[in-house]
Design a protein around this ligand. Structure first.
Ligand code: CP
Length: 353
């Protein structure tokens, strides 16, 4: 295993590292003044190749609240990417100006690629259809803060479970915990991929797949709604066939426990009726704020050298066939593989080769 100071995949950190981040985030939330100059003199590069409101702004607010500074871009419109500069050069140059990189990119594996290009810590702020580890840190913090722990809970996840990077990463994160019952609610077309389910099943948590949002509503402690993501479908027809199927309404919530919490990574579009926002069980706006505190804890830990993740050492391998993988689109990136049970997987996007 390679020891690293970047956060690319939630699976690369252990429970001890999670607990350290969580308690630090809680202390930051309770004692913000204690940390107001903790990153003074440090610079975070914010490289957002894809749209974002929460992740980008909460990272920036996190760094500013720690007394540090932020450089970077939001969309490539004002950058030399428009003149044809490649990904490698863009990342390398930004790493020369900063102490830490946060990166969001539409291609799977972009954050891992960035961490291989430069020598400073890289945080994956969402890479294509692949992973969104700081959203999962946000989700774990919210559940722990509001429910006390992540054990013996009935957790439902509803919506786009096929393309949702926040969903897959959350399922990997929940696999670190025990004795939870996880309900996966989606249409047949948008089910969680088998390799993600396998990891949850191996963790000893219970999985229930169903197509109805109402069927088990009375059992849920946590209901995690997600958006049907127009940008991840290959055609508008495929998107329209899936949108509008799951809508959480005040009426449906009548069957839910009085202390159930409703989460959503946001943005929400039409999957939660407006009236639900004022239900005291709706915690998605609080969740977005917890995201800032856990990102403060992450930035501070990384810049102090207290953050450690582990991932398989990349080896040379076959070219990746996933058209959404950064290694297929940035031809200068080396083809890198990891091997599990004599199968070869792409290091960037985790697809089998
Ligand atoms: N949850 C999330 O990633 O939101 P943004 O796309 O606004 O960053």
């Amino acid at each position: 295993m390679k020891i690293n100071h970047s956060l690319i995949d939630i699976s690369d950190i252990d429970l001890a590292q999670w607990n350290k981040l969580y308690y630090l985030a809680c202390d930051i939330e309770e004692n913000p003044q204690k940390y107001a100059q903790a990153c003074r003199g440090k610079i975070m590069a914010s490289m957002f190749f894809e749209p974002s409101t929460r992740t980008q702004s909460s990272f920036q607010a996190a760094m500013l609240r720690l007394g540090g500074s932020v450089i970077g871009f939001s969309g490539t419109g004002g950058t030399s990417v428009q003149k044809g500069e490649n990904f490698q050069d863009t990342v390398y140059i930004m790493s020369q100006y900063s102490d830490l990189i946060t990166i969001r990119h539409p291609q799977d594996g972009a954050a891992l690629a960035a961490s291989e290009i430069c020598d400073i810590p890289v945080i994956n702020a969402g890479d294509g259809r692949h992973l969104h580890p700081t959203q999962s840190l946000t989700d774990l913090m919210t559940i722990t803060r509001l429910k006390g722990n992540i054990e013996n809970l009935n957790i439902a996840i509803c919506g786009d479970l096929l393309y949702g990077r926040a969903v897959h990463t959350l399922l990997f994160a929940l696999s670190k915990f025990k004795h939870n019952k996880i309900y996966l609610i989606s249409t047949a077309k948008l089910r969680v991929p088998q390799y993600v389910k396998d990891i949850v099943i191996q963790s000893g948590n219970t999985l229930i797949e169903c197509e109805s949002l109402e069927e088990y509503m009375s059992e849920f402690d946590v209901l995690y709604m997600t958006r049907i993501q127009r940008e991840r479908f290959d055609s508008q027809e495929e998107y329209l066939a899936q949108s509008g199927i799951y809508v959480l309404t005040a009426e449906k919530l009548k069957k839910a426990k009085s202390d159930m919490i409703i989460l959503h990574p946001l943005p929400k579009v039409d999957e939660i009726e407006y009236a639900v926002d004022s239900d005291p069980r709706a915690k998605y706006f609080a969740q977005a704020k917890y995201g800032m505190y856990i990102r403060m804890a992450l930035i501070l830990s990384m810049l102090n050298g207290d953050f450690i993740s582990h991932f398989p050492k990349p080896q040379s391998g076959k070219a990746c066939n996933n058209p959404h993988c950064i290694s297929c689109n940035e031809k200068h990136l080396p083809a890198l593989s990891k091997f599990k049970a004599s199968k070869e997987f792409c290091v960037y996007c985790d697809c089998e080769k």
